[in-house]
Design a binder for this molecule. Structure first.
Ligand SMILES: Cc1cc2nc3c(=O)[nH]c(=O)nc-3n(C[C@H](O)[C@H](O)[C@H](O)COP(=O)(O)OP(=O)(O)OC[C@H]3O[C@@H](n4cnc5c(N)ncnc54)[C@H](O)[C@@H]3O)c2cc1C
Length: 468
């Protein structure tokens, strides 16, 4: 018999499946209880977004699990934001310096399936159609219910909750000992629509794809239609379609989901505000009426674990709004940190859980803050001249003094620098850019030599970067 502890995971979604694989590869016995049926048998029943942006942090976790190449084979590269302005113009704002700094659009269902296969191959035992309904932490037992409501018990002295933003394990832990839980609702919701592959659209619409037959608009970009208080985005799928997400206030004056209760009202709104997008959405009426409005919130907890008996990871511990495309990436980073701490074998489970929280919580709080800020940036600032001037000056400084300046988006998206560092450094750099621009919207008006000197005198060099 193994002397290593056995782990019971709740939730076999993106984070649960990857964590299970990482723990099994380090020699732990792992059981995963997942509420839904096995998506490899029953088909993937989404719930959240259909596709997601995978960035360096998530990729690094997949690399350490030996899965990055498999995932990238099924992903579409996105080089930057393709911004579609209200007057029908569009232009690409690159994310990084070149194609070594790109993000990837991946299918949630495809990725989940790949992770389940990998975890199973590593020896993880999955129990599908089993929802956690209660936990007795004193007895070390959990109660599960199948889809028909039939209940069973399972011995689970150490249980890890990867059961998402609405975590049942978190509710059980919180009832046993308060976790200091706080949920801040964004007040904005989202709805998913679809641009089909080019072949399903009239030929006259296929002008903006940059020569790609399969895709009606440029495939290698994350598209944004910023409109001030709201926006649409679109991420490409491998088979030529795009998943479009409309983000809008939930309540309040027009436009909000409350003032657009059905497709008829929403179509008029799209005709006015997203005139170039609407013709690409032939299933608009069906999708708008069939798809629910998703809610968005940030979850904060004071405590992520109950001594050595229970721990929360991924969205169950730190759900964030999706505007930095980092929720899954952050959760994937969690899995490596936790598996390394537990696998090192130099501390007991309680100490490993405590250390996990100590390392990850400030970073989760930082990406939560940056994700909220990025909503304003995406829906509003990407079309604002002062923002664009700051961006341009930042790019010039990064080119001239790469050891001293890196855009915050790049730190978050393309490096492994801790999120908390990116937040703090980004703020300091932003203050400097404001000072250098002195309210101007013309980056070229700033004396670059003097600006570099000020930068180097004001901020210490960036830490050395690890690469892939
Ligand atoms: C609109 C939108 C867009 C997003 N885009 C991005 C993006 O581009 N990039 C990015 O990095 N992140 C993105 N995210 C965030 C990302 O979806 C989450 O961070 C990620 O899914 C978290 O994974 P998880 O495994 O922790 O939780 P989940 O993916 O929610 O998985 C939880 C799992 O637990 C199961 N479960 C739930 N309750 C129980 C129970 N009682 N018993 C057993 N099992 C249970 C569920 O069925 C599910 O399989 C986005 C989120 C949204 C809402």
């Amino acid at each position: 018999m193994s002397s290593k502890p056995s782990f019971t995971l709740i939730g076999g979604g993106l984070v649960g499946a990857l964590l299970a694989q990482q723990l099994a590869r380090r020699g732990f016995t792992v059981d995963v209880f997942e509420k839904r049926a096995d998506p490899r048998v029953a088909g993937f029943a989404g719930g959240r977004s259909i596709n997601l942006a995978l960035a360096e942090r998530g990729l690094q976790a997949l690399r350490s699990a030996g899965l990055a190449e498999d995932v990238l084979r099924r992903a579409v590269m996105m080089r930057g934001r393709m911004v579609h302005t209200a007057d029908g113009r569009s232009g690409l704002q690159r994310y990084g310096v070149d194609d070594s700094e790109v993000i990837w659009s991946v299918s949630r269902g495809g990725l989940n399936t790949l992770l389940l296969d990998a975890a199973e191959a590593a020896g993880v035992r999955f129990h599908f159609g089993q929802a956690l309904v209660a936990a007795d932490f004193d007895a070390g037992r959990i109660r599960l219910a199948d889809a028909r409501g039939a209940e069973r018990e399972h011995e689970a002295p150490v249980v890890i909750g990867a059961d998402g933003a609405g975590s049942a394990l978190r509710a059980a832990m919180n009832a046993y000992r308060a976790l200091g839980e706080r949920t801040e609702w964004l007040g904005h919701g989202y709805k998913e629509l679809e641009i089909p592959p080019a072949g399903q659209l009239p030929a006259a619409l296929r002008g903006a794809s940059g020569g790609h037959d399969q895709f009606v608009i440029e495939p290698n970009a994350l598209h944004i239609w910023p409109r001030g208080g709201y926006m649409c985005i679109a991420l490409p799928n491998t088979e030529g379609s795009f998943t479009v997400t409309l983000f809008l206030p939930a309540q309040g004056p027009h436009p909000s989901f409350a003032t657009l209760p059905d497709a008829h009202a929403a179509e008029d709104f799209f005709r006015d505000d997203f005139a170039d997008l609407l013709p690409l959405l032939p299933g608009f009426t069906r999708d708008y009426d069939a798809h629910p409005v998703g809610t968005l919130a940030t979850l904060y907890l004071d405590r992520w674990h109950l001594d050595d008996r229970a721990l929360l990871v991924g969205d169950a511990a730190h759900a964030i709004v999706p505007f930095h495309g980092q929720g899954m990436n952050c959760g994937f980073e969690d899995t490596v940190v936790l598996a390394d701490l537990l696998g090192a074998g130099d501390r007991d489970t309680q100490a490993a859980f405590a250390e996990f929280q100590r390392i990850r919580q400030p970073n989760a709080n930082a990406i939560a803050a940056m994700a909220l800020e990025n909503y304003v940036e995406m829906r509003d600032s990407v079309a604002d001249p002062h923002y664009l001037a700051k961006r341009e000056l930042g790019a010039r400084l990064a080119e001239r003094a790469p050891a001293h300046f890196m855009a915050r988006y790049r730190m978050v998206t393309f490096t492994h620098l801790p999120y908390a560092y990116a937040l703090e450094r980004g703020r300091a750099q932003d203050v400097l850019l404001q000072q250098l621009l002195r309210g101007s919207s013309d980056a070229a008006s700033v004396d670059l030599e003097a600006a570099v000197a000020t930068l180097q005198a004001t901020l210490p060099p960036l830490p050395p970067l690890r690469h892939g």
